[in-house]
Write a protein that binds this ligand. Structure first.
Ligand code: AHG
Ligand code: MN
Ligand code: MN
Length: 334
């Protein structure tokens, strides 16, 4: 049984940056994940954790109590390990500047972006939810205040990305750019063990995942792609699977072979998913698992962000399936 801590130490040479700070960063992520896991598991038992907090967040969505809880737990945990200089969260309008005691700024190098609770509409109905994280090295010099530019970096500059799913079991999946690894939590002793070494998309094209309730609103290329998925030809029709938690839908598709699509549509011209908190980390994992992530025409990881809460259409999955999707999008524009 290989623990996450042992695995990181044994693979430290593959990490281009400071191993000591990577270990501290992981230790804070693990701590927060365990605390949230505990709350999620008893969500059905206590009214203090399920339901809306009564707040509309920066995304214009009803913030759930667990969104808020997960946000706070992660911030506190990251701060306590003294390893990050700035954090941005889907749940907060502005980025958070970490300051050290007796100092106006932090000398730490890591910038962390978080979707503390992904799939929050599924909290009250026992469907998998998760946390998504993304890490960069700051651009500003260490003896200055961090700036917005530290957060608005292209996704290909990520040094670490991953997610935790609080599901039938709790799993932490991450990449530092040398493959994708999954660790399952043994809740009895609170330790993550390596359960999914070197995850990659299987050859088989099996699943398509999209909220088809929006069908009438989709661009014509998306409609044609859906019909292609449903066609009775060759290895098709594909199976339709959609939970409504990006982490859960993506994890299943990466293990079983499938494409995830959240396109723009007439009521959501830029799509729904957030580039910095959701799409970039999942795109990094996708590529590391041998897949492709696109906004319909171009690579997600090459987009230069212009704001923290920017949205983008998002398509990820096995290369051939995403290429096919892009071909339908291109054809519909001619
Ligand atoms: P969040 O809970 O962080 O706001 O994210 C919800 C996202 C994503 O997890 C999911 O794939 C998508 O919203 C589902 O949206 P629809 O309900 O519009 O399909
Ligand atoms: Mn989300
Ligand atoms: Mn969220």
């Amino acid at each position: 049984m290989y623990t996450l801590g042992e695995f990181i130490i044994d693979n430290r040479d593959r990490f281009l940056y400071s191993t000591e700070s990577l270990l501290r960063l992981f230790s804070s992520i693990k701590l927060a994940a365990k605390a949230i896991n505990k709350e999620v598991n008893k969500a059905g038992l206590t009214k203090t954790i399920i339901g809306s907090s009564g707040i509309i967040n920066i995304q214009g969505e009803h913030q759930q109590k667990l969104d808020n809880y997960a946000h706070k737990v992660f911030i506190e945990s990251l701060k306590s390990r003294n390893v990050v200089c700035g954090i941005a969260s889907e749940e907060e309008k502005n980025f958070i500047m970490i300051k050290e005691e007796n100092d106006n700024f932090s000398k730490n190098e890591y910038i962390v972006l978080l979707d503390p609770l992904d799939g929050s509409s599924n909290i009250d109905v026992n469907v998998p939810i998760g946390t998504i994280f993304s890490v960069y090295i700051r651009k500003s010099s260490i003896n200055t205040n961090i700036t917005l530019e530290d957060f608005l970096q292209e996704g290909h500059k990520q040094i670490l990305a991953g997610y935790i799913i609080y599901g039938s079991s709790t799993i932490l999946v991450y990449t530092i750019g040398n493959g994708v690894y999954g660790f399952t939590l043994d809740p009895t002793i609170g330790t993550f063990y390596l359960s999914h070494p070197n995850i990659s998309f299987p050859e088989k094209e099996k699943i398509y995942s999209i909220n088809e309730g929006n069908y009438d609103r989709f661009p014509i290329g998306v409609k044609h792609f859906i019909k292609y998925c449903q066609e009775n030809k060759g290895n098709r029709p594909y199976t339709a699977r959609y939970i409504g938690s990006l982490v859960g839908d993506f994890h299943r598709n990466m293990i079983q072979g499938g494409i995830y699509i959240y396109p723009n549509h007439s009521h959501s011209p830029n799509g729904k998913l957030r580039l910095l908190y959701e799409c970039n980390p999942i795109a990094f994992l996708t590529e590391q698992a041998g897949g492709k992530a696109s906004d319909g025409t171009k690579r997600i990881l090459d987009i230069k962000p212009s704001s923290l809460h920017q949205r983008t259409p998002f398509i990820c999955g096995p290369i051939n399936m995403v290429n096919k999707f892009e071909a339908f999008m291109n054809k519909s524009k001619i």
